[in-house]
Design a protein around this ligand. Structure first.
Ligand code: PEP
Ligand code: MN
Length: 269
């Protein structure tokens, strides 16, 4: 036995690709786009691509907290996903709310986003898992790590191990931010699972001025990537306008994250 300090042994990291963008490798890819697909989506996607995004958000079905709010463009928005993918050449992810959505989206997306409200929907997790696409699994508002990993196991039980976990903030007594970003999830889960963990600073912050610092915290702590909401005219965003980054703000965030990523690479060589 040597005298060196004992560290928790990190599990071997699994790499999960969305299109040709790898999560869990040396890079910390950025997923971006508006909160929801709107009629101007193709232009919004092109703006995110021009700012340097690696993967597009393309949510046509929106889980909302009340039925009188915009529920997304639905199936009508799917041709916009095809067009955005064709024009930017970037992979795209979208959120299914049920098994029907999985079938509708399957041939038009490169990966599925399972939202915080759906993390506990085991039937949806199984349907998404069987569709043989990579899955980003968001943590539910009050889920423990075990509950979150249990949800991932529902996907993995279908034979699909292409799961990326996403920390998006949890419910605490803090009311200034929309949710409390549990940054510890990244290092803690590195010792508990082989799955990459990304962070969503947008739904944690709830306000655009706090998105950049939280994104940088995620990059510094070793998150496998970042998913962030952006819109060319944030104030006009149909949903979550307070937290959307403008295109220059997104470009700045991406540049700053990349600088941190290269520092991490340098310090590990
Ligand atoms: C989203 O990312 O579109 C979303 C609805 O976020 P969450 O599920 O984390 O609330
Ligand atoms: Mn949103």
């Amino acid at each position: 036995m040597g005298t060196s300090p004992q560290h928790t042994q990190a599990k071997a990291s699994r790499q999960v690709a969305i299109g040709d963008v790898v999560f869990g490798g040396d890079q910390q890819p950025i997923i971006s786009g508006p909160c929801s697909v709107e009629p101007g989506y193709v232009g919004h996607a092109e703006a995110a691509a021009a700012a340097g995004a690696d993967v597009l958000r393309g949510c046509v079905f929106k889980p909302r907290s009340a039925p009188d709010r915009f529920q997304g463009m639905g199936a009508e928005g799917i041709p916009l996903l095809d067009e955005a993918r064709r024009r930017t050449g970037l992979p795209i992810i979208a959120e299914p709310l049920d098994g029907d959505d999985v079938r509708l989206l399957r041939d038009h997306v490169d990966g599925f986003l399972i939202g915080a409200r759906s993390m506990r929907n085991s039937r949806l997790l199984e349907a998404a898992g069987r569709a043989e696409k990579p899955i980003i699994l968001k943590r539910s508002f009050a889920a423990t790590y075990d509950e979150w990993l249990g949800a991932a196991d529902y996907v993995r039980a279908t034979g699909n191990d292409d799961v990326i976990l996403c920390e998006r903030g949890i419910r605490t007594f803090v009311t200034e931010t929309r949710n409390t970003l549990d940054i510890a999830a990244v290092p803690v889960l590195a010792s508990r699972t082989d799955l990459p963990v990304i962070i969503d600073p947008s739904h944690a912050a709830g306000r655009r001025e706090w998105v950049l610092p939280l994104a940088l915290a995620g990059a510094a702590v070793g998150a496998a990537g970042i998913i962030v909401e952006s819109h060319p005219v944030p104030e006009q965003s149909w949903t979550d306008s307070c937290q959307a980054l403008s295109t220059p703000e997104l470009r700045d965030l991406i540049e700053q994250v990349r600088r941190l990523t290269s520092l991490r690479e340098l310090s590990s060589t």
